[in-house]
Design a protein around this ligand. Structure first.
Ligand SMILES: [Zn+2]
Length: 134
C-alpha cells in the first residue's frame, strides 16, 4: 500500500475537498491541515472551522526541482497564503512566477496533487490561483 492508499484518501477526503482547519479552544488560533494538537500552544482541545476560499499571498517560493514522480512541469510555485483566521502553504497554479506579486488575492481550486504508482489512483487536493479582476 502506497502513501496514497484508498483508505487514507477516504479518511482525509473531507479535509481535502473542503478547507477544514483545526481551531484551538485554548488559544483560539486555527491551523491547516488539522492536527491532533494545536501547533501554537499544544492543547488537544480542538474544534473545526471551515476556512474562507479567498485569501492573500504573503510570500512564495519558486521550486525548480520537485521530488514528485509524476511532475511533468517545472517550475512549481509554493505560496504562503493568509486566509484571515489561518495561514497555509499550498501550490499556486495558473500563473507564471514572474506575474505573481506578494499581496495578490488568490482563491482555492481543486487540482490533481498525486498519482499512486501502484493503483493509478489520482488524488485531488486544494491549490490556489490568482483571482482575476474583471
Ligand atoms: Zn492553541
Amino acid at each position: 500500500m502506497g502513501e496514497w492508499s484508498s483508505a487514507r484518501v477516504w479518511r482525509s477526503r473531507v479535509y481535502r475537498y473542503r478547507l477544514i482547519a483545526g481551531r484551538c479552544r485554548s488559544c483560539g488560533r486555527a491551523h491547516y491541515p488539522p492536527a491532533n494538537a494545536c501547533p501554537y500552544c499544544g492543547s488537544r482541545d480542538l474544534d473545526e472551522v471551515e476556512l474562507p476560499r479567498v485569501g492573500r499571498l504573503i510570500s512564495y517560493s519558486v521550486v525548480y526541482a520537485t521530488p514528485f514522480e509524476d511532475r511533468d512541469r517545472s517550475p512549481v510555485v509554493i505560496g504562503l497564503i493568509d486566509l484571515g483566521i489561518a495561514r497555509l502553504v499550498a501550490e499556486v497554479v495558473d500563473v507564471k512566477p514572474g506575474d505573481l506579486r506578494v499581496g495578490d488575492r488568490v482563491e482555492a481550486v481543486f487540482r490533481r496533487i498525486a498519482v499512486d504508482g501502484n493503483t493509478g489512483l489520482i488524488v485531488y487536493g486544494i491549490k490556489f490561483r490568482p483571482v482575476r479582476v474583471g
